[in-house]
Design a protein around this ligand. Structure first.
Ligand SMILES: [Zn+2]
Length: 119
């Protein structure tokens, strides 16, 4: 019997056990907060870079033949690309936030300098 995992926007995890032939829902109500809980992808689908390790495949996004996951990473690097993962997006958001903080600080310093400069 397949077990499906659902997760709401607050990170509450619910597990539903389905019998063969049961309709599998894409979303259910969270048992804890009653928000919409979405079905999580199975493990194999959440690790796309490990696909094709036993036999290569043609990657249409990269427009080339990929031999294995190391080759996939190498091609991404060569093309200056990054896999869109939650962590990568969080890192990017953090860098942007740091940049904004730094810019705000410089703006405040500049305003202070202008205010204290005699005309
Ligand atoms: Zn919840």
């Amino acid at each position: 019997m397949p077990l499906h995992t659902y997760k709401c926007k607050y990170g509450h995890i619910s597990e539903e056990l389905y019998r063969q032939g049961d309709k599998v829902y894409g979303s259910i109500e969270c048992e804890i907060c009653s928000e919409v809980s979405y079905k999580e992808l199975p493990m194999v689908a959440s690790t796309p870079s490990k696909w094709g390790d036993s036999h290569g495949y043609f990657n249409r996004d990269l427009n080339c033949y990929i031999k294995n996951s190391q080759h996939h990473d190498q091609v991404l690097k060569e093309q200056g690309l990054v896999v869109t993962t939650k962590n990568n997006l969080m890192d990017q958001a953090q860098r942007k936030e740091n940049w904004i903080k730094e810019t705000d600080k410089k703006t405040a310093e500049l305003k202070q300098m202008i205010a204290t400069t005699p005309v």
